[in-house]
Design a protein around this ligand. Structure first.
Ligand SMILES: [Fe+2]
Length: 433
């Protein structure tokens, strides 16, 4: 329970930040409910988290050919991501430099030139302004096109995962990811990976942090929220989700590794490719992996899970973004990834495995989003009592970390809230900077 004398809506931004400092206590396991329901907190988040950190925007395999492009959103602003004639991937602010019209309104396609729908200014997929209708006639020699190229946006890739940032002073992506890279290697660096189809997109009435929180550390809910899967016999027992490790690294990243798994759930014929891309220790984790569920701060969650299809354990790999579109609404964008060199049959079954579990039609997804929506609903509005409510994140505070083959702080089963505390610790650090 926390006490405030002033309602949050009457506080200035500065006062809200001070209030966060006083009331959010991740290391003690105290997280106030207003973090999930307050519009002012959301506004400050946009400025101090989403405009400052690296945010996921897509996968390289979504623009495989020269001239391919896609439009994406980075912290509320539209981007055009292009692969130019040399094969280089670039990102631009999707705004014509003449009068500010959105230059490209398609989700994806292939072209080397973008024409503004307002006055027809023409930009190459490398960003240069190359054509202005009637230029000589109406500007004489006065228009300098070289100063009117598209605004470049910082874009970096890690093992095919593309991240952008609006922060010119952001640390290199690899430094921001830090030790979580060891696990991302297993997720998307184990083989050449490709996105299957276009990403799934659906809107959920939930604060984005509920999704990140759930994936970064909440294995505990599986036995109840997803209890039906145990009843259906799809998993051995209701507490199966406890076995394994929960690990967190710096900058709020974290994950849960379900182990052991007696069945190799990846394409057998790609074992040599996996071994050549991974260290012995990483391959050891992969070959023993039941599932892997985590979150790259702030809102890129990732997942490897598997299901039995036609008597074979088939893994599915995905990344998903909880894209905030308000304090109580987010768009979930989910990319399904598969080993590019796997057989078509494997790819099809892996997609089936994904659709059965995590997608708008998937068993897990539907269970989760019901919970996310209710949590968010209960955290908002003017009820006076609400501002004093806190959640309990104390699970595992009494426990000591264990040795693990990979980096980070590891606990030897997954029922702890250490990763969520680590997520909120970094969140608070950014919010109060
Ligand atoms: Fe879940």
């Amino acid at each position: 329970m926390i006490k405030t004398d002033k309602p949050l809506e009457e506080m200035s931004k500065r006062q809200v930040v001070n209030h966060l400092y006083d009331t959010v206590k991740p290391e003690e396991g105290v997280i106030p409910a207003y973090l999930l329901g307050d519009p002012k907190v959301y506004e400050i988040e946009h400025e101090k988290v989403f405009l400052k950190t690296w945010v996921f925007v897509g996968h390289e395999s979504e623009v495989p050919n020269k001239g391919d492009f896609m439009t994406r959103e980075l912290a509320g602003y539209s981007l055009i991501i292009t692969r130019d004639g040399e094969g280089e991937i670039r990102a631009f602010y999707n705004m014509c430099t003449h009068r500010g019209m959105k230059l490209c309104r398609a989700d994806k396609g292939n072209k080397s030139m973008f024409t503004c729908p307002y006055h027809g200014f023409n930009f190459k997929n490398t960003g240069e302004l190359v054509g202005v209708p009637l230029q000589k006639d109406i500007y004489g020699g006065t228009l300098d096109r070289t100063t009117m190229g598209l605004h470049k946006v910082k874009l970096e890739s890690y093992k095919g995962l593309l991240f952008g940032t609006w922060n010119e002073d952001a640390e290199p992506l690899e430094d921001f990811l830090g030790d979580i890279r060891w696990y991302l290697d297993i997720l998307v660096g184990r083989a050449e990976m490709e996105v299957i189809g276009v990403p799934q997109r659906f809107v959920v009435s939930s604060n984005w942090k509920v999704g990140s929180d759930n994936f970064v550390g909440d294995s505990y809910h599986t036995m109840v929220t997803h209890g039906s899967i145990a009843k259906l016999g799809m998993v051995p027992s209701a507490t199966y989700s406890k076995r394994g490790f929960q690990i967190h690294t710096e900058n709020g990243h974290g994950l849960n590794l379900g182990t052991p798994n007696p069945d190799f759930a990846f394409p057998e014929e790609l074992k040599a490719e996996f071994k050549s891309n991974l260290s012995v220790e990483q391959y050891g984790v992969l070959s023993n992996l039941k599932n892997m569920i985590g979150n790259v701060f702030p809102n890129l969650s990732f997942l490897i899970s598997h299901t039995k299809i036609k008597d074979q354990f088939i893994s599915n790999t995905s990344v998903r973004m909880w894209r905030p579109i308000g304090h109580n609404k987010m768009e979930v964008i989910a990319w399904m990834l598969v080993e590019k060199n796997a057989s078509q049959d494997w790819k099809d079954r892996s997609r089936d495995s994904f659709i059965l579990t995590f997608s708008p039609s998937g068993i897990f997804e539907q269970d989760d989003t019901e919970v996310f929506t209710d949590i968010t609903e209960a955290a908002q509005g003017p009820m006076p009592f609400l501002k004093n409510l806190t959640y309990n994140y104390t699970m595992g505070l009494h426990r000591e970390p264990v040795e693990f083959v990979g980096p980070g702080v590891a606990y030897d089963d997954k029922f702890t809230e250490a990763s969520q505390r680590n997520f909120y610790k970094y969140w608070l650090e950014l919010m109060t900077k």
